[in-house]
Write a protein that binds this ligand. Structure first.
Ligand code: ATP
Length: 198
């Protein structure tokens, strides 16, 4: 039997990775989509497309995309960001399917991704989980983690779907407000998902 695919998302600093690591501790394999997306940015075919679409200056002396210049170009223009995502997302989707195949003994596996409801993935997934946290707390966590200013975090947040729009699309919501403990919430969701699969 193929493992079911479950999505795990949340806004920047919500605690997606923290929640994903907790699922791993109870034995659920997690595919970290954003890490794989970074890897695919260096695929030969993607480099060629980036060069053609965004210009030679996006490619560094080493022949790989210059992430800083590329980020400046795509994060200042929504269309460009969509074009870049359209180059990368199908590759991540195919890779996730291959990766899921390696975990056929599991009831389900998780894809952790910053962008989920904006893509085709969420519709295909068996269940989707949202990690939410108050905006002020998300900003504080990212400032502390990355050593950046609140303005930088707000700029990055502009490109994400607002949390209030994600809530109705999620099957399960994890409240990571720093008061409600995460582990019982994760154990409960795990049990609910596992029960529907048995
Ligand atoms: P990004 O979208 O930037 O990758 P994320 O949603 O994956 O962020 P995390 O990296 O999991 O968020 O969490 C952001 C920061 O907040 C991390 O430094 C993490 O250790 C901290 N953090 C997350 N949840 C909690 C919590 N419940 N209590 C204390 N610190 C937390």
């Amino acid at each position: 039997m193929t493992a079911k695919q479950v999505g795990l998302t949340g806004n920047i600093g919500s605690g997606k990775t923290t929640a994903a690591r907790l699922f791993e501790t109870i034995g659920i394999p997690v595919y970290y989509a954003d890490e794989h997306a970074k890897r695919f940015l260096n695929a030969r075919d993607v480099i060629r497309k980036i060069k053609l679409t965004f210009g030679d200056d996006c490619i560094g002396k080493d022949g790989f995309p210059d992430k800083k210049i590329l980020a400046q170009k795509v994060f200042s223009d929504k269309n460009r960001l969509q074009i870049l995502n359209a180059m990368i997302h199908p590759l991540v989707g195919e890779d996730f399917i291959r990766w899921t195949g390696k975990h056929s003994h599991q009831a389900y596996v998780i894809m952790e991704a910053a962008i989920l409801f904006e893509t085709e993935h969420a519709k295909r997934f068996y269940k989707n989980i949202l990690v939410k946290a108050p905006e002020k707390l998300r900003i504080r966590r990212v400032c502390e983690r990355d050593g950046v200013s609140p303005e930088d975090v707000l700029k990055r947040m502009q490109h994400q779907m607002p949390e209030t729009d994600m809530v109705p699309l999620a099957d399960f919501v994890i409240n990571n407000d720093g008061k409600e403990p995460l582990i019982p919430q994760i154990e409960k969701i795990h049990q609910l998902i596992a029960d529907t699969i048995q």
